[in-house]
Design a protein around this ligand. Sequence first.
Ligand code: PLP
Length: 230
Amino acid sequence: MDRSPIPDALERVRGEVHAAARAAGRAPESVRIVAVSKLQGPEAVRAAFAAGQRDFGETYAQELGRTADALEALAGLRWHFIGHLQRNKVKEVAPRAAVVHTVDRAELALELERRAAVLGRRLEVLVQVNVAGEAQKSGCRPAELGAVLEAVARAPHLAAVGLMTMPPLEHDAARNRPCFAALRELRDRHGGARLLPELSMGMSGDFAVAIAEGATIVRIGTAIFGARGG
Ligand SMILES: *Cc1c(COP(=O)(O)O)cnc(C)c1O
């Protein structure tokens, strides 16, 4: 049987994340890797889990449902939901995710609260901000951030832990850097790192610059698992 390439890739990514943290004068443990397993299948998650990875990210609610249920036996695995979330998909996400990165409107916070209360669960949430201000469908505008944070603060089963952003798809990491800096500055204007410690930003192609700008969570798919659906 061929050995899975995933453990080596994971080890390489860990090394690069730690190097980027050190280069930024930060402790290596201050950056958490979320391994984005979308379209990779449960066996890929198993391989990374066996190599010590515990935080995994899914982008599609139904896929999260299938994959999480197939891997229920893996104790200590934490699911992060990182995709655009429609209200009618909250019922798939609320029972399974530990962290939801993509809360971008008050009505979504209300629906997550309703489901979390029924389940007796507490969810960590990040507010997704569209800092680039382009015609993207996900993320609140910076001017709406205060209102979304207030909606989360009023929800007893939700805990706001930080902010997330997804720059417009851009293969040039240097061009995403201003977006990452803008997210950090927004966080500093909305309570700072004491209230909102987490900044979820950076993917396979640009995590080093995101870390230089203060990322505490990087969401990495292809650099760990290889090309999706291939
Ligand atoms: C797919 C995805 C990622 C991971 O992207 P890679 O380029 O494969 O690392 C990160 N964040 C979100 C929101 C995604 O949808």
